[in-house]
Design a protein around this ligand. Structure first.
Ligand code: MG
Length: 275
């Protein structure tokens, strides 16, 4: 393994996965490099557990992963044993420990239903599987997995920014917030990817008995807290070549390309600073 303990945290859509075809193929050489150095690669996404568990299996990752923008952390039992971690309040399901940090999705959907009288938006709860296929380009099975949510609700917003601010104010009364992702806004509790990253870093630091140097990659505002929580944030460009506003991020690396190809170069540039 590398001499300094390192952990890599990454967003998926538009970051590890291409925006248009969801491919990660061009990132594989960098993923192999991380595995060879025993550097954990932690996927951190607005995606659901159903979506992310498939991807972890495809990539043969045993590290924990963070679903629904930080609302749920999934820790494979085998990794929990390796880290000798004690997970307060975790539920067990099959071979995983689940750590819920957010609100219940049914409660969120109920609150949103009441807000429909005042605001115009379309949530996943209002959409058929075909609607989700049409607006994401996902396969039918992938759309079903995306709709199997436990702690957040994605929605398409049909009004302007001022109305969105008013909507956010209404949500705050219910201890909920709205976060901007790539395609959707996400309504969820007041937790985020940054909280989840700090939680997992503390587990790794206990295991290594040393400070863990963190690399994080993301492209959208819902990644900002994760990028801020990392020592080496990598900002991914959008398909049009622009980057999101970095809000004063320090030490930032700007990946030269969007999606998997840029991810590979971003990871390599961050590792070059450390190894
Ligand atoms: Mg993204």
């Amino acid at each position: 393994m590398s001499t300094v303990p390192i952990a890599v945290f990454t967003d998926l859509d538009g970051t590890l996965l291409n925006h248009h075809d969801y491919s990660y193929a061009q990132a594989l050489p960098a993923i192999e490099k991380l595995k060879a150095r025993e550097i954990p690669l932690v996927l951190v996404s607005s995606k659901t557990q159903a979506e992310m568990s498939e991807l972890c299996a495809e990539l043969a990752l045993t590290s924990p992963y963070v679903c629904e923008n930080g609302s749920l952390i999934v820790m494979p039992r085998v990794e929990c044993q390796r880290l000798s971690a004690t997970l307060e309040g975790a539920e067990t399901k099959d071979d995983d420990y689940l750590i819920y940090r957010g609100a219940n999705r049914d409660d969120i959907v109920e609150i949103l239903a009441a807000l429909k009288q005042q605001f115009s938006f379309t949530g996943f709860a209002d959409m058929s599987v075909q609607d989700v296929v049409d607006c994401t380009g996902l396969s039918e099975q992938a759309a079903v997995n995306a709709m199997t949510r436990s702690a957040s609700e994605p929605l398409l917003w049909h009004q302007d920014e001022a109305d969105l601010n008013e909507f956010a104010q209404q949500l705050r009364k219910h201890n909920l917030r709205v976060l901007k992702g790539g395609r959707f806004y996400h309504v969820m509790a007041a937790c985020d990817k940054g909280d989840a990253v700090r939680y997992l870093l503390s587990l790794y630091e206990s295991y290594y008995g040393a400070r863990v140097v963190s690399i994080a990659l993301g492209d959208s505002p819902n990644d900002l807290q994760m990028l801020k929580a990392a020592d080496h944030p990598v900002l991914m460009p959008h398909p049009d070549g622009t980057y999101m506003h970095d809000d004063g991020l320090e030490n930032v690396i700007r990946a030269p390309f969007e999606g998997a190809r840029g991810w590979r170069e971003g990871v390599e540039a961050a590792l070059a600073r450390l190894i």
